[in-house]
Design a protein around this ligand. Structure first.
Ligand code: CA
Length: 253
């Protein structure tokens, strides 16, 4: 598949005060809510749980932000200005990049028919207002576990290589390794999918994101840096190059 500059605008830089690694490895939650007080409360609780929060206060803005940020989880109010929650849900489910996002609908009390329609439209769960923040956080965690099976894990291990997801430390043979942010994300993805071969295009989509324009040969550059960083002291090469197919985290034989 051919990538053009027009189709793949460069992703905006990470917000100030946050490193690029943080902004990609923290789960991203889009909160769509038009009641300012509730929006503030949700944002506060989600950030306390370690999520990066993106806000939208109407349905139109929700669709724009969802496409820009490809959130892992969307908390979606039912009654919204401009475009209703149900329509936002429907459109998100039709967007290929957003298929894996978890959606929790926030519905008003007693709207049973709405709940059913919400689930039919592709919502994963719903929470009835008024709800306690702790109940919603528990639902959010469960939805994220389903959407991002690895995000609850603290460590990834492959052979003598170990990645601590909480501290971003990577060690091999008990020695600390120094990885750039892109190499970290690349290695994380390969460790999550050990032994599987990925083409350069697939690595671009998963590690750099679908909405970013990068030359496929950039992948080779970062693989080379990653190899240099992890293959220390004459230890075996952990990255397998598959001719004309791509790369895998796999001990070369
Ligand atoms: Ca509302």
């Amino acid at each position: 598949m051919l990538r053009s500059m027009a189709e793949r605008p460069r992703r905006a830089d990470a917000p100030r005060g946050e490193t690029a690694t943080d902004s990609r490895t923290k789960p991203v939650v889009l909160v769509v809510e038009d009641e300012p007080a509730l929006l503030t409360l949700l944002k506060y609780n989600l950030e306390a749980e370690g999520y990066r929060v993106v806000e939208a206060t109407n349905g139109e803005d929700a669709l724009v932000k969802a496409r820009e940020e490809t959130p892992d989880l969307i908390l979606l109010d039912w009654m919204l200005p401009l475009v209703s929650g149900i329509e936002v849900c429907r459109q998100i489910r039709r967007t290929p990049d957003l298929k894996s996002a978890a959606i929790i609908m926030l519905t008003a009390k007693g709207e049973e028919a709405d709940k059913i329609r919400g689930l039919e439209t592709g919502a994963d769960d719903y929470v009835t207002k008024p709800f306690s923040p702790s109940e919603l956080m528990a639902r959010a965690k469960a939805a994220l576990r389903r959407a991002r099976p690895q995000s609850g894990e603290e460590n990834l291990v492959y052979a003598d290589l170990e990645m601590d997801l909480a501290t971003h430390r990577v060690r091999r043979d008990n020695k600390d390794l120094h990885l750039g942010p892109t190499e970290f994300r690349l290695l994380k993805f390969l460790m999550e999918n050990q032994g599987r071969v990925f083409s350069r295009e697939q690595l671009l989509d998963h590690v750099w994101g679908r909405d970013i324009y990068v030359e496929p040969r950039t992948v080779d550059v970062h693989i080379r840096r990653l190899r240099k960083a992890i293959n220390v002291d004459g230890l075996p090469d952990l990255i397998r190059t598959v001719r004309s197919a791509g790369y895998a985290l796999d001990i070369e034989d």
